[in-house]
Design a protein around this ligand. Structure first.
Ligand code: ADP
Ligand code: MG
Length: 508
């Protein structure tokens, strides 16, 4: 008998021959003297091994000769039981939940768990930018295989892998329609799964882009968030009492009706409009030529970013309206300019905007009155305000209180603008055509109107528009040359009598 009381008569160890004996041992059994004796017997029977754990697992006989070995074996048995218990608790804790908490870290690492990572390629590729990471389906256990004996399936198993890949489709973004795939016994190869995933990613990006565009286009109908904030601030500051609704959404601006409040202790008109210049870049591109060649804005134009250029439009309209007001032309009055929002007096009454001239059903007398008013306003604009409307038509003339009101002058330029006279010719064409169509017998031809407005005496050949335009271009060219010689200030064409231009009309 040795020091542990084991005798040679102790029956042979069941390690090799009778595997169930070991797992069925409870901790108390293992700790018992009886077992110690038993192990001592084994000690005698089997050769010593340096790594008791490996031998234990591989079913090889273990040398239990030393106390150290014994202690290790006991410890291992104890750890195993703890792990088994931990696994039970883990299962109970997670239940059927899709998202599971792993107790893995609390386990005592054992060689039978396998030390290699079981992350397969598909998972690794997916999770790099997969927002559904936590929902990742359970992968093959860490040991890299499941099952026992002949039924072992490794992570490379095609069928298993395929099914898992199918299950992973559940983690695709909600908008990805996977059809009945999930409920079927589909087996997606990694290759198929990866390209599906790839496709989903690009689809998600594409749909995000589309969504963005859509948002943009709806915002275009009204206004973007920045503008909304500006508008909101006007209300919260009391400048506006409230903003009522949209009167018009044009290509370049959105116009809202609003009720005025107080601004710096001065009352804002009871009814106003907010002309919001659109901040989308494509629209004002066509209008570059109205502003970049306008010497008043030229220097600033070249230095500004697109957003600021849009503010210039609003500013330009404000300046042009001020000139018109000064000349007594019926037009909206500017109440306030804030960035790309212009607050103007409302032409209309009780929320009803005055109709555009094109929408009116005026009688002959009113139409004739309107015509002469327009003629006079064009002359005033040109000669007194030193401006060409540049978008004058029945769309930008309102009929209110028996009078024509001119609006929409953000693009108006001075006659000395490199294309100013061509713009005026176009205005004359619109006006002349409209009133002639509406039966105003007195309405002049476009050429007569042009000469009448400018005070010039260009040769008229009714049949030859090109010839008339050639004269206009020659004038513009002459002015351009003059500008180059004398700096940016130009002379007023209306006062040109053929002699070299000398002075420039005062800018306000
Ligand atoms: P756009 O450059 O978009 O044509 P406008 O200045 O012509 O901008 O305004 C668009 C429409 O809004 C006009 O046709 C008119 O019906 C309405 N509107 C603009 N300003 C006023 C105003 N001061 N009072 C009443 N209605 C206005
Ligand atoms: Mg307009």
């Amino acid at each position: 008998m040795d020091q542990l009381g084991r005798t040679s008569e102790t029956p042979k160890s069941p390690w090799g021959g009778c595997p169930p004996a070991m797992p069925s041992c409870s901790l108390s059994d293992v700790m018992s003297e009886e077992l110690a004796r038993q192990l001592e017997e084994e000690n005698k029977a089997f050769p010593s091994l340096t790594n008791p754990e490996v031998s234990l697992l591989s079913g090889e006989e273990t040398d239990t000769n030393s106390d150290l070995m014994l202690a290790r074996l006991l410890q291992m048995q104890y750890d195993r039981e703890c792990d088994t218990q931990l696994r039970r608790e883990e299962r109970k804790y997670n239940g059927e939940s899709k998202v599971s908490i792993s107790f893995e870290n609390y386990r005592t690492a054992h060689p039978y768990d396998g030390s290699e990572s079981s992350e397969d390629e598909v998972d690794w590729q997916d999770t790099r930018d997969d927002p559904y990471k936590p929902d990742k389906p359970q992968v093959t256990p860490r040991k890299g295989f499941t099952g026992k004996g002949k039924n072992i399936t490794t992570k490379h198993d095609e069928v298993l892998c395929g099914r898992k890949n199918t299950a992973r489709m559940d983690n695709f973004a909600p908008e990805v329609l996977v059809g009945d795939g999930l409920g079927m016994d589909l087996k997606l190869s990694n290759q198929v799964f990866n390209s599906l995933k790839q496709h989903c990613h690009s689809e998600q990006r594409r749909s995000a882009r589309l969504h963005d565009k859509k948002e943009h286009s709806t915002a275009e109908q009204a206004v973007d968030p920045r503008t909304r904030l500006l508008m909101y601030k006007m209300v919260s500051a009391g400048t506006l009492e409230r903003i009522n609704g949209c009167i018009s959404t044009g290509k370049e601006s959105v116009v809202f009706h609003a009720n005025g409040g107080m601004l710096e202790e001065q009352p804002v008109p009871e009814e106003v409009v907010l002309k919001v210049f659109k901040t989308t870049l494509n629209e004002f591109k066509n209008r570059d030529r109205y502003i970049k060649d306008d010497y008043r804005f030229k220097d600033r134009f070249s230095k500004l970013n697109p957003r600021k250029i849009i503010r210039l439009w609003a500013e330009k309209e404000m300046h042009n309206l001020a000139r018109m007001k000064k000349a007594g032309i019926p037009c909206p009055e500017v109440a306030l300019l804030r960035k790309h929002i212009l607050v103007l007096s409302f032409i209309g009454k009780d929320h009803v905007p005055a109709p555009k001239l094109k929408d009116t059903m005026l009688g002959a007398a009113d139409m004739k009155t309107a015509y002469y008013q327009v003629l006079q306003m064009m002359q005033q604009m040109y000669q007194e305000c030193n401006l060409v409307h540049a978008d004058l038509s029945e769309y930008n003339m309102l009929w209110h209180q028996g009078q024509v009101w001119l609006i929409d002058v953000s693009q108006s330029v001075e006659p000395s603008h490199p294309h100013g006279l061509q713009f005026l010719f176009r205005d004359c064409t619109n006006v002349s055509t409209f009133f002639q169509k509406r039966g105003v017998a007195e309405a002049m031809s476009v050429y007569e109107l042009f000469n009448c407005v400018t005070g010039l005496d260009l040769t008229i050949n009714e049949e030859d528009e090109a010839e008339f335009l050639a004269q206009i271009e020659a004038l513009e060219k002459r002015n351009e040359d003059h500008v180059q010689k004398r700096g940016k200030k130009t002379f007023p064409l209306s006062s040109w009598d053929g002699s070299p231009p000398l002075k420039h009309a005062a800018d306000d």
